[in-house]
Design a protein around this ligand. Structure first.
Ligand code: HEM
Length: 416
């Protein structure tokens, strides 16, 4: 995982056009490094181009993050390919709403994902040793074991009881939805079939909670949430339940990167293993900043805006480059070096892996603090919990594969 280190590019007025009529092929070729290579070519941190034939501005850095993160400045509707919307956040979900309805739905998501996160983390701490025991003495990709532990934790936290077969099926379905989000054609269709199956299950869960009048568990509170005085319909409530469960399971990808970081940075591994709370939290934030997860987020401007001294119209499509911003020399010293110690002075809020702007008003991820706390717990469990070994394997991470992961899948053997 490397891209040639680059000097901080000087903001020059205006937004140049990347050569070529349409650069979708470059996105397929360069993956996460698409933006970074483009900025290097045009000499500034924003460029105009076309993706799938549509005119777009791609940008990174403090100004772009600020512009993109202003409340209600960009709508997500129609801003990312439909196939991806379907798998990550379904139509009708909080992410697809704007204005008043977005604020109301976002409030309940924050109340649950942020305010109630301690219960989720405790459930994960309980699930991890169980899952390590269930996988003992065989080679397993960390992501698979972590997905199962997170599924178990998320269901327990939400207050939903399922049998082991359903738990395993859900864990596989959630993981596959994220794995296949970047795919087109049959792979994506297969993931959409899984999605429909999972939605049918979630709709049934919501109906039952409504029938039993449960208003206290996390899922029960969601089932009874009212938007402008009206309860969500069964399908929408089910989609929002999945919007809490699915991204929680996606934290498994960061946990696989945590194993990678501990393996490749023994100095930090021994500080974390020694019970240094600050070092552990810094490492969790550095994992979110350093490793490739979501490459970009897109939005359509709701009003005219200015970027790099140039005026842009309402209706302009913009992609904010999350990976490029988290690797920008303007914001981070030696951005391509893994160094948790940078958070001794840097703010974790500068990390944009989970979106920009305020947690309530903008589209910033309401699960950001839960993600960090889950990663802190994972780092503690990986250094002081059930023993495991890391067999010899290819630890390289290609920036072209989306979503990225270590080449051989970050295999471990528990109980060794
Ligand atoms: C696995 C790590 C995660 C990453 C990389 C991530 C990333 C993001 C990003 C970038 C957005 C904003 C999308 C946009 O504006 O276009 C977002 C929104 C969202 N995330 Fe996360 N997230 C993660 C974990 C979580 C967790 C653990 C939860 C819940 C417990 C969660 C729930 C949500 C919800 C409900 C939204 C929609 C919010 C809105 O549009 O207002 N995420 N996430």
């Amino acid at each position: 995982m490397s891209h040639p280190s680059e000097p901080a590019s000087r903001p020059s007025p205006g937004i140049p056009t990347l050569p070529g009529w349409d650069t979708t092929w470059r996105l397929a070729r360069d993956g996460y490094a698409y933006g970074i290579r483009g900025y290097r070519q045009v000499g500034t941190d924003a460029f105009r181009t076309r993706l799938t034939g549509r005119a777009v501005v791609v940008a990174r850095g403090a100004e772009a993050a600020h512009v993109f993160g202003r409340p209600d400045a960009f709508t997500r509707r129609g801003a990312i390919p439909r196939s991806v919307v379907h798998l990550l956040q379904d139509e009708g979900s909080v992410q697809q709403l704007d204005g008043q309805r977005h604020a109301s739905r976002k409030r309940i998501m924050l109340d649950l994902a942020q305010e109630e996160r301690t219960g989720l983390v405790d459930a994960f701490r309980a699930a991890w040793p169980q899952v390590a025991g269930e996988y003992a003495h065989r080679a397993v990709p960390v992501r698979e074991a972590a997905s199962l532990a997170l599924t178990r934790a998320a269901l327990a936290w939400a207050g939903i009881a399922v049998d082991p077969a359903r738990e395993r099926a859900l864990s596989g379905d959630f993981d596959a939805m994220v794995s296949r989000a970047g795919a087109v054609g049959p792979l994506n269709w297969a993931a959409r079939v899984r999605r429909r199956r999972t939605e049918a299950w979630a709709t049934e869960v919501m109906r039952t909670l409504r029938a039993t009048g449960d208003r206290t568990t996390v899922a029960g509170r969601l089932a009874h949430h009212e938007d402008q005085g009206r309860r969500l319909d069964d399908g929408t409530a089910a989609v929002e339940l999945l919007n809490l469960l699915r991204p929680t399971v996606a934290v498994a990808r960061f946990i696989a990167f945590a194993v990678h970081a501990l393996r490749t940075h023994p100095d930090w591994a021994s500080q974390i293993g020694g019970g240094e709370p600050a070092a552990t939290r810094w490492a969790a934030d550095e994992i979110r900043r350093f490793y490739p997860f979501l490459p970009m987020v897109g939005g359509i401007a709701s009003e005219p805006f200015e970027l790099h001294g140039e005026g842009l119209d309402a209706g302009q499509w913009m992609m904010l480059d999350l990976y490029g911003t988290d690797h920008s020399p303007e914001l981070w010293e030696r951005p391509d070096v893994f160094n948790p110690g940078r958070f001794a002075s840097a703010s974790p809020l500068t990390v944009v892996a989970q979106g920009v702007g305020g947690h309530l008003a903008a589209h910033r991820c309401p699960g950001e603090l839960a993600t960090t706390d889950l990663l802190v717990a994972a780092l503690e469990l990986l250094t002081r919990g059930p023993a495991y070994t890391v067999p010899e394997q290819d630890l390289r991470i290609s920036l072209r594969r989306l979503p990225a992961e270590p080449e051989d899948g970050m295999i471990v053997v528990f109980g060794a």
